[in-house]
Ligand binder design. Sequence first.
Ligand SMILES: CC(C)(COP(=O)(O)OP(=O)(O)OC[C@H]1O[C@@H](n2cnc3c(N)ncnc32)[C@H](O)[C@@H]1OP(=O)(O)O)[C@@H](O)C(=O)NCCC(=O)NCCS
Length: 149
Amino acid sequence: MKILDTRTNDLFSLRSQIIDVLRKCELRGTYFTGESSAAMVDDWLTRNNHSPFYFVIDGTGDVVCLVVTTKCSKSRLELSLVLTDPDKQGNGYARYAISHVIATFGKHKEMILDVSEYNSRAISLYESLGFKEYGRFSKMIRMQRSLKA
Ligand SMILES: CC(C)(COP(=O)(O)OP(=O)(O)OC[C@H]1O[C@@H](n2cnc3c(N)ncnc32)[C@H](O)[C@@H]1OP(=O)(O)O)[C@@H](O)C(=O)NCCC(=O)NCCS
């Protein structure tokens, strides 16, 4: 598998594949955007160095996992979306992608994310990667992980 991001790659050639993954997630009910998938993907593809968009492609060149980051402040980066193709889950793609973001984003002091308290699969993934709960709101858990070695 390989990970690409908008800091160093022109990803527009993979735009339709990324939109297909999102649409598949919506059809299967694993993720709901609430807005146009295409518009959302275009926003991600134009993300800058401060809050890159990452995705993983598998050995056959298919887009399998999407990770969107948002810069909250000079020291804080938010993991605003993590999504794996429903047919490709359980193969370590999200773990690989998040580990890569953690390893390459040392200039921020901490990474935060919000996850539904019902999403036990995502929670166990985040906990195993060192994220810890530090707050709750509206059935969501806010988690944090230091990026300092
Ligand atoms: C959460 C999600 C991103 C995980 O993606 P993934 O590529 O399948 O994750 P990985 O294969 O890297 O698995 C990582 C961990 O997830 C958990 N996990 C994976 N498959 C699981 C399953 N079938 N049952 C329970 N936990 C599972 C395990 O903790 C696993 O750890 P392990 O590597 O020690 O087995 C994916 O399930 C998904 O896209 N869900 C829908 C969108 C979503 O909920 N995103 C998170 C919003 S905050």
